[in-house]
Design a protein around this ligand. Structure first.
Ligand code: GDP
Length: 203
């Protein structure tokens, strides 16, 4: 079992030279700014402010690496889709993503979307990057606590359709606020740690 208490910040990567290449599994988190990516990571680790809940959405164009139990990395990709970023920052984001995806260091891709809304064009682009990379891929539908029970299934179906997810790609309802879905994601982290994540990838 992974010891989630043994979590530490490793570094903020701004270029390929900074990516760890020690062969440990890398579980990659992506999501639109403000979707709750930091909150999801904090909930998984049951920490309050481990991954920083960002005060300035969209301003941090670097990749944060966290080590868990000296066994796996959680890789926190910079948020996207924040309205008030300059073209220069958008380009910097795109270049950093190109470099990260090109290196094929990912073990599992996790994209976080908001269960309340249809995924955006940016969400679709991100999902396509994961699917085209062929890496095992799951979607976390966060903020479950903000919808009525009756909205859950239709909203999950809308996410699946809008992102054009293959049948085998799980969409996990999650609440960083309440903890729903945490166990489902921890099972995946454990599987990555023991070398056998059992989720279909993209084409
Ligand atoms: P990030 O920019 O994607 O890292 O998003 P943050 O983790 O900073 O969260 C953005 C906002 O959404 C914060 O105000 C969080 O408290 C809130 N939030 C995140 N996850 C949830 C959730 O599951 N439920 C609710 N109600 N609020 C959430």
């Amino acid at each position: 079992m992974l010891n989630l208490h043994k979590a530490e910040f490793i570094r903020s990567a701004v270029s390929a030279a900074d990516f760890p290449r020690d062969g440990r599994p890398q579980i990659v988190f992506a999501g639109k700014s403000n979707v709750g990516k930091s909150s999801v990571i904090n909930r998984l680790l049951n920490r309050r402010a481990f991954a920083r809940v960002s005060a300035q959405p969209g301003k941090t164009i670097h990749i944060n690496y966290f080590s868990i139990d000296e066994t796996i990395y959680l890789v926190d990709l910079p948020g996207y889709g924040y309205a008030r970023v300059s073209r220069g920052e958008q380009e910097r984001w795109g270049r950093l993503m190109d470099v990260y995806f090109a290196e094929q260091l990912m073990t599992l891709g996790i994209q976080i979307v908001d269960i309340r809304h249809a995924p955006t064009a940016d969400d679709r682009t991100m999902a396509n990057w994961f699917l085209q990379s062929g890496v095992p891929f799951v979607v976390i539908a966060n903020k479950l606590d903000k919808i009525k029970r009756s909205e859950r299934e239709p909203n999950l179906a809308r996410i699946r359709e809008t992102l054009r997810l293959p049948e085998a790609c799980p969409v996990i309802p999650f609440s960083a606020e309440k903890g729903d879905g945490r166990e489902d994601v921890l099972v995946l982290l454990e599987a990555c740690a023991s070398g056998g994540v059992d989720v279909a990838g993209g084409a």
